[in-house]
Design a protein around this ligand. Sequence first.
Ligand code: GLN
Length: 528
Amino acid sequence: MKTNYIFVTGGVVSSLGKGIISASIGKLLQARGYKVTIQKFDPYINIDPGTLNPYEHGECYVTEDGFETDLDLGHYERFTGIRTTRNNSITTGRIYKTVIDRERHGDYLGKTIQVVPHITDEIKRRMLGEGSFDFVITEVGGTIGDIESAPFMEAIRQLRWELGPQAVCVHLTYVPYLKAADELKTKPTQHSVKELQGMGIQPDILVLRTERHLDDALRMKVASFCNVDLECVVQSEDMPSIYEVPVSMQKQGLDAAIMRKIGIPVGETPAMKPWHDFLDKQRNAKREVHIGLVGKYDLQDAYKSIRESLNLACIYNDVKARLHFVNSEEITYQNVSDKLDGMAGVVICPGFGQRGIEGKIIAAEYLRTNDIPTFGICLGMQMMVIEFARNVLGYEDANSREMDAQTPHNVIDIMEEQKSITQLGGTMRLGAYECELREGSKAYEAYGHEAMVRERHRHRYEFNNSYKEEYEAKGMKCVGINPAANLVEIVEMPEKRWYIGTQFHPEYSSTVLHPHPLFLNFIKVCVE
Ligand code: GLN
């Protein structure tokens, strides 16, 4: 089969859930046995989201091959289980950088370099991608009409012209409900499609985001005003969970509509049994478990993968996650017990910089001394280590070199390989590295007696091995080690119910059908 291309664009407003729709399309085609990849094109100038503050676009997601990407790649992986790479996340900045580097290299033989055709050609080259896939799904960030996404739209227009029926355009819009008029309004959708048509792109399929059910008459109206077949107008209603979306799309025949457009025989609808089993579990989970997230970003998307990993682990433990963000900047010795009151377990979140770290350390002390299940991730693990040094090893001034370059007790130190690095962006220890587990440890048990695991990283600082013996002697064990660099990857306190910190980010590799063992085990103990 030749490779087919599906372009997913969005109109009217942002945050419609293009990422979820793209991931759902990927899931549905994958369920039909096709080889699929999903990629995200973002119109901003940053080379990658690695240097972005999470307040801008939410969490930075890290691929196995060590690329810092948009959080939508997390949805792609969680839905499909496909491991993404640096090729799945492209920004305007990367496109321009490639073209400009080539120009400096003299590759254009004296030509004037222009947005059309040089930038658009580079976008097209990336959109076509490498490797052999049956379907390449390309999600374009931003909203139709944005100046900055215009070159992407032009590239899609050209590709559709070149590829014919092998390229399909799915456009996501919003149908608002006006309470005063008690009416659902299609005009924004019509305008959005007109805008797209003005750029030479006729959408094949419209996905209408809505908070209310849309009846056939309304869908017919949209179809006729927008030149789209009725069966190609589907709705994306608010769902109790994003994981219901693929099933809802399948029921409305979104995958079948795409296949018909391309000219592939549709065949039987796949049963997706494991997915339905998961949804049944989700629907049946009634008992709630309260989990605290101690972090500094009071924005849901900043800890997207952690939240989803917790949600998934709860479902597999037959409970419903109630996640509570606890701002570490507000935590004091006086209020910590109130702030964490009622939590069955707490995650101490990753992060960078000074802000909010003392609150994390206070939380770690409270959780350790009260034996509340605690999961420290990256900076969270480092704060557990610092707290232990201050309160158990007796080094009151213990710190991380990141926070205090002069600290006499640098229990968290800068990695040797990081010392000479001055450039930001893509320079941390990134991506998957091996971790050897100590037999008999809690982590080893959680991983199901796996001797060696591979996990993704994103950090510059590390556990200082010169303190290792003291930690081990006083009850904090270094039970996960990267064999190549002798780097501490996991610390745990065996006599506690669950007090584990990981230098790596297990949240990046938890998927719907394969939830991460550490999260599963953490929730299991929280529920007990
Ligand atoms: N700031 C810490 C470091 O660079 C932790 C990073 C993180 O939590 N991702 O090592």
